[in-house]
Design a protein around this ligand. Structure first.
Ligand code: UD1
Length: 336
């Protein structure tokens, strides 16, 4: 039996593959390499010494999904594939709705045809109603501020409705907070195309000299130092969370939304200072205006993950900064 990983060459997916293969699971990948590189999969093979069968194709292609499920005795699916740039989703909402919703619908339909009943979905903390008090708990109200977020919200609803109609389905909706860092080997990591939108890749690219300076988006937030606070979590902890969710889905029916975060918030300045200290390298920054749509603070109540999955983040802020920089300095241009 194997686990189908859609978008398997991506940042979180490649770390999840390493974790699963090291646990003796077998995995098969579908990826169209739209925003990722097959090199990531070669590195996963190198790291683990295990083969991964990869199909180049679109996760919206239901017939291809059916073929993959049949050819590989697929038992469960981890669905990562999707467009993920918040800014682009505002410019091109239809592209986001078409691709991110169609892939989930095609996948659920292919699963039904093949008798595959376990699904782990890559959701996001961005589904939480932005004005609510932190920490975010899974039973709090939802609401988004950009099309990317709405696709996560709508996909959660599509999966809930599919599970209501089919009591055999076991689905886990993993709501990630802010994944950062890289595998400690420095062989795989985050490889954003173009100018990074997210904080950690921007810090790393500034440190390595690809960007002149970081702009901190606002220092007048209601936080301990005025800069935005987020729940950063090491991508290897996040990968472990997926392995726990796969195990959980094997023995539980129905749908559960589960936060994956540390429960601890760090500010932008905390991150910059920790990065400089751990890696002993300067990061030039200036304070700029707020970025539209940003919150003061976002962090998880991670207790449900511990209760249901037995999962808890163990890696520290220092680990995140050291491993992120190790990847960036060994691969200044990512996988290229
Ligand atoms: C962003 C997305 C979120 C998505 C997540 C994926 C927005 C509004 N939210 O979350 O929907 O799920 O990425 O990882 O885009 N910052 C700077 N300078 C920078 C970049 C970021 O000061 O150059 C600050 C931000 O203002 C924020 C913090 O760093 O306070 C984290 O930003 P980022 O890494 O973009 O993550 P989120 O905004 O939390």
């Amino acid at each position: 039996m194997s686990i189908l990983v859609t978008g398997g060459a991506g940042y979180i997916a490649s770390h999840t593959l390493v974790n699963l293969l090291e646990k003796g699971e077998s995995a098969v990948v579908i990826d169209n390499y739209d925003n990722s590189s097959p090199e990531a999969l070669r590195r996963v093979k190198q790291l683990t010494g295990k083969e991964i069968k990869a199909y180049e194709g679109d996760a919206c292609d239901e017939e291809l999904l059916v073929r993959i499920m049949h050819e590989n005795a697929v038992e469960s699916v981890i669905h990562f594939a999707g467009h993920k740039a918040v800014g682009e989703s505002v410019q091109k909402p239809l592209k986001y709705y078409r691709n991110n919703l169609d892939s989930t619908i095609s996948l659920l339909s292919a699963m039904k045809r093949c008798g595959v009943t376990q699904l782990i979905f890559s959701s996001s903390a961005t589904v939480y109603y932005p004005e609510d008090e932190v920490p975010f708990r899974e039973d709090m109200r939802l609401g988004c501020i950009n099309p990317y977020g709405w696709t996560k919200f709508m996909n959660e609803q599509i999966i809930r409705d599919a599970a209501k109609a089919d009591p055999d389905l076991s689905c886990v909706l993993l709501r990630y907070f802010n994944p950062v860092g890289a595998h400690p080997s420095g062989m795989i990591g985050e490889d954003p195309s173009g100018i990074p939108n997210n904080l950690m890749p921007y810090i790393c690219q500034t440190a390595v000299g690809l960007r002149d300076h970081l702009t901190i988006f606002g220092n007048d937030y209601n936080t301990h130092d005025g800069t935005g606070v987020r729940d950063y979590l090491h991508v290897c902890d996040l990968a472990e969370g997926h392995a726990c969710a796969v195990r959980y889905a094997r023995s539980h029916k129905g749908v559960e939304a589960i936060n994956l975060g540390t429960g601890v918030g760090y500010s932008v300045l905390d991150m910059v200072n920790a990065f400089q200290k751990v890696n002993n390298i300067p990061v030039k920054y200036v304070i700029g205006p707020r970025r539209p749509g940003d919150l003061d603070a976002s962090y998880a109540d991670p207790s449900k993950a511990e209760r249901l999955l037995g999962w808890k983040a163990t890696r520290t802020l220092e680990d995140m900064c050291r491993d992120g920089w190790n990847w960036q300095s060994k691969n200044p241009k990512g996988y290229r």
